[in-house]
Design a protein around this ligand. Structure first.
Ligand SMILES: *[C@@H]1O[C@H](CO)[C@@H](O)[C@H](O)[C@H]1NC(C)=O
Ligand SMILES: *[C@@H]1O[C@H](CO)[C@@H](O)[C@H](O)[C@H]1NC(C)=O
Ligand SMILES: *[C@@H]1O[C@H](CO)[C@@H](O)[C@H](O)[C@H]1NC(C)=O
Ligand SMILES: *[C@@H]1O[C@H](CO)[C@@H](O)[C@H](O)[C@H]1NC(C)=O
Length: 213
């Protein structure tokens, strides 16, 4: 009986410690299972608190600022990389864009409308909307950030289930810049666009809390 009780309390203790959320980073809460250090959260869901700013690290080593987190829907939104003018290059072009590890618990959600800029002609072969009334033309013509991409070939697409959920690719000789809008409604006015790349994470499996027993 006593042995059983000790065993149960050990399990409870380990549950409590694995469920411990990390301290705030700057003004942002870090909800479980997101983890800014080995001592809190679930280390599989690693993010970074750099100088009071919460950041997501891609597989290629590029840091993206986390703009918001919605723990109840297992989602967070990162800021698209800036586009450098006048070359029309995303700041993560040297890294090939956003890449997540295949075994990462995070993936790119299906609510992102991705726009690619300064694309070469061969991109037209793929199933993208590169027509002259694609939403990416609005970004080129109306945003300051897109001004370096004006009059380049651009395309847009919904990052839905038919497309890999682990990368947004840019490269010299392909498309050299991109941005993304979360939950773009059709005909939504340009100045209401919600810029971001929404990532979702797989909820921690119940099993993992008992790992090591
Ligand atoms: C850290 O953040 C503060 C305030 O936001 C800023 O003034 C400072 O330059 C930052 N330091 C580094 C190393 O980024
Ligand atoms: C491209 O997007 C525009 C604007 O949303 C739409 O009017 C047009 O039908 C789309 N074209 C194709 C080929 O999907
Ligand atoms: C577009 O991409 C090409 C290489 O693919 C690059 O040489 C050029 O500087 C880029 N920018 C513009 C605005 O064309
Ligand atoms: C992305 O991750 C979520 C949560 O694990 C999963 O339900 C969804 O199927 C994944 N999407 C793709 C396209 O793999």
């Amino acid at each position: 009986m006593a042995v059983k009780l000790i065993h149960i309390s050990l399990i409870l203790l380990s549950l409590v410690s694995t469920f411990e959320a990390c301290p705030k980073c700057g003004s942002m809460d870090v909800p479980y299972p997101l983890s800014t250090s080995d001592n809190c959260g679930d280390p599989k869901y690693r993010i970074y608190c750099n100088n009071g700013s919460l950041e997501f690290l891609s597989a290629q080593g590029f840091y993206y600022k986390i703009l918001s987190i919605n723990p109840s829907s297992y989602k967070l939104i990162i800021r698209p990389p800036s586009i450098q003018n006048p070359m029309c290059q995303s700041s993560d072009l040297p890294q090939g864009g956003l890449l997540l590890n295949d075994n990462s618990p995070f993936n790119i959600s299906t609510r992102n409308t991705v726009m690619l800029f300064n694309c070469s002609d061969n991109i037209l072969l793929s199933p993208l909307n590169c027509s002259s009334n694609s939403v990416c033309k609005l970004f080129e013509e109306q945003s300051v950030e897109g001004s370096g991409c004006r009059n380049t070939l651009c395309c847009s697409f919904l990052k839905d289930a038919s497309i890999t959920s682990h990368r947004i690719r840019v490269r010299v000789g392909g498309c050299t810049a991109y941005t993304s809008v979360v939950e773009m409604r059709s005909n939504a006015p340009f100045d209401s666009w919600n810029y971001g790349i929404e990532l979702q994470w797989a909820p921690p499996s119940g099993d993992s809390h008992f790992r090591g027993h």
